[in-house]
Design a protein around this ligand. Structure first.
Ligand code: SF4
Length: 212
């Protein structure tokens, strides 16, 4: 079968199986989503969901967060990986939203990426999740799944994002979430559930691919 045809079939299968895929991060608005996504870098969504209720109560908007005492913030998020850096970035992010964007979280990739702690992956996840914008984002799960399925041979997450964007073209935000959920619960890093895999016929290599 031609490779292009395989890509179409893989895309269709994921969009069918994960038609209602949503992030597992808890949030009520774009401010909360942005914070949750920043905290989720190299940390589980479950862990982030444990710390965010208190964080959002104490700092309900960038106005309060921009004036936060860093030690108080660190105390709230101390169980999250890299909490020292993330606490610094959250306060700096809130300060730049207040000073540069009139207290309104930007809603385009270019401006979001001007905020501290917000790279392309974080911006794309927020825009794809909150506005259903057509953006791919490659985390450890998406990287592993796409390499196992032969969709990319690139070494970095950003290059892999470019590969997946070229191959799939649309529904990128849904495919991102689908790959995250498939990688988290089925195509796991260690002991993937290959026997019952719904895309087994397309799998090229079950080794644990990791981005550089
Ligand atoms: S066969 Fe196994 S390694 Fe390959 S995509 Fe399916 S679950 Fe992942």
């Amino acid at each position: 079968m031609a490779r292009k045809q395989q890509y179409i079939q893989i895309k269709d299968l994921f969009l069918k199986k994960y038609a209602n895929a949503q992030t597992e991060l808890h949030y009520n608005n774009i401010y909360e989503l942005l914070i949750a996504v920043i905290l989720s870098a190299q940390c589980t969504d479950k862990r982030v969901n444990i710390v965010t209720p208190l964080l959002f109560t104490k700092y309900p908007s960038t106005k309060e967060l921009s004036k936060a005492n860093i030690d108080d913030l660190k105390e709230i998020i101390k169980s999250v990986s890299f909490f020292n850096n993330k606490a610094k970035n959250l306060i700096l992010m809130a300060q730049s939203v207040e000073s540069d964007f009139n207290g309104v979280i930007p809603t385009n990739q270019q401006d979001l990426m001007k905020l501290h702690g917000v790279g392309q992956k974080t911006a794309n996840v927020v825009l794809g999740e909150f506005f259903d914008m057509n953006y791919m984002a490659v985390d450890t799960h998406v990287f592993r799944v796409s390499h196992r399925l032969g969709l990319s041979k690139s070494k970095t997450a950003l290059q892999t994002e470019t590969d997946l964007t070229k191959i799939f073209k649309d529904n990128l935000n849904l495919l991102h979430q689908a790959f995250v959920l498939f990688g988290r619960y089925e195509c796991k890093a260690v002991r993937p559930q290959c026997e019952n895999c719904f895309v087994k016929q397309y799998c090229k290599d079950s080794k644990n691919f990791k981005p550089q």
